[in-house]
Design a protein around this ligand. Structure first.
Ligand SMILES: NC(=O)c1ccc[n+]([C@@H]2O[C@H](COP(=O)([O-])OP(=O)(O)OC[C@H]3O[C@@H](n4cnc5c(N)ncnc54)[C@H](OP(=O)(O)O)[C@@H]3O)[C@@H](O)[C@H]2O)c1
Length: 301
């Protein structure tokens, strides 16, 4: 399969979105750009046809709280970016998530805590809906299973089903999920479940089973950190073949990585992140990058 222009748009449940969404996390966590620059990145993405923004309740700097306005930093940023955008935003899909929060550990390191009990999910969804300034959230993910053995995965999924029934959210996704969890989610959510968001990149292909399974189940598969995220230098060696193919086309390895992910299947919608307009503009060119079948074979090997 190739990545021609005709295949630029993909199905995310009932929505038609550009093959690449905007992962907004780097615009709000540690190392983020200024608010003005972050808004410019979102506006430029919208100008270039991106119509799918990926956020989460937990995209803020660790150590922030609701008192200092830091919680939901990214959801607030997206609301502001959409409010101030003067172009067409009628088809923009905003996806958020529940199940993580940020904290500083005893060594002073920023961390991601997990909470996904039913009450927390029900309360947090309403905060996200209000913060995003919408009546109903387009797509709402269960961010990650709660490690507390007293909190079952089903109770979180049932809370999400209730949110969909009550119209707080329109559709549901799950993230960091196994095949077993996808099956459980389908049994509880039925056709309200439209997406699975798992880590997937050249360095992280251990979720390939879920990429293939979602295709069979007619669900969208959204690779998170599709370019490898904040990488362990050891894993960078996995990018080498992509760099080589990039040389053939005189393009960045990031374009090749995204074109390779897009070529896996029509149901794959990567959500790369950017702090800079320059990297955003470069990576979006992946939508028009045609990889030959020989190149795809080499990259898949
Ligand atoms: N569901 C989950 O549990 C989960 C977990 C993590 C992330 N996510 C989602 O996945 C999204 C993407 O993940 P991510 O931001 O961690 O990682 P990523 O998309 O794999 O990588 C982002 C990094 O790639 C750089 N980059 C992008 N295009 C480039 C180019 N053409 N040339 C050079 N560098 C380039 C960016 O640089 P600059 O910053 O310099 O622009 C940024 O530092 C997040 O924003 C979030 O929405 C979800």
């Amino acid at each position: 399969m190739s990545t021609s222009n005709a295949q630029k748009y993909r199905k995310l449940g009932p929505y038609e979105v550009l093959g690449l969404g905007l992962g907004c996390m780097p615009l709000s966590i540690e190392g983020r750009p200024s608010r003005e620059d972050a808004i410019s990145v979102i506006h430029r993405a919208l100008d270039l046809g991106v119509n799918h923004l990926d956020t989460a309740f937990a995209y803020y700097e660790a150590g922030g709280t609701s008192e200092n306005g830091e919680e939901q930093h990214n959801e607030k940023l997206i609301a502001q970016a959409l409010r101030t955008y003067t172009g067409d935003k009628s088809n923009v899909v905003v996806a958020s998530k529940v199940g993580h929060y940020r904290y500083i550990d005893k060594n002073g390191q920023p961390q991601w805590g997990q909470q996904a009990d039913a009450n927390y999910i029900l309360e947090t969804a309403k905060k996200s809906r209000d913060c995003l300034e919408v009546d109903s959230i387009d797509l709402y993910y269960h961010h990650r299973p709660d490690p507390n053995p007293e909190v079952t995965y089903s109770e979180g999924l049932e809370a999400l089903a209730k949110l969909a029934e009550d119209g707080v959210v329109k559709y549901v996704g799950i993230s960091n999920a196994s095949i077993e969890q996808i099956d459980l989610a389908l049994s509880i959510l039925g056709d309200k479940l439209i997406a699975v968001q798992n880590q997937y990149s050249p360095a992280h292909q251990e979720t390939l089973d879920t990429l293939e399974y979602t295709k069979k189940k007619n669900l969208a598969f959204l690779p998170w950190s599709p370019l490898g995220g904040f990488r362990n230098p050891e894993l960078l060696t996995k990018d080498q073949p992509f760099e080589e193919v990039g040389k053939n086309h005189d393009v960045s390895k990031q374009q090749v990585i995204l074109a390779w992910e897009l070529a896996q299947s029509e149901h794959v919608i990567p959500i790369p992140g950017f702090r800079r307009i320059q990297t955003l503009e470069d990576s979006l060119k992946a939508l028009a990058l045609e990889l030959t079948s020989t190149e795809l074979e080499t990259l898949n090997a």
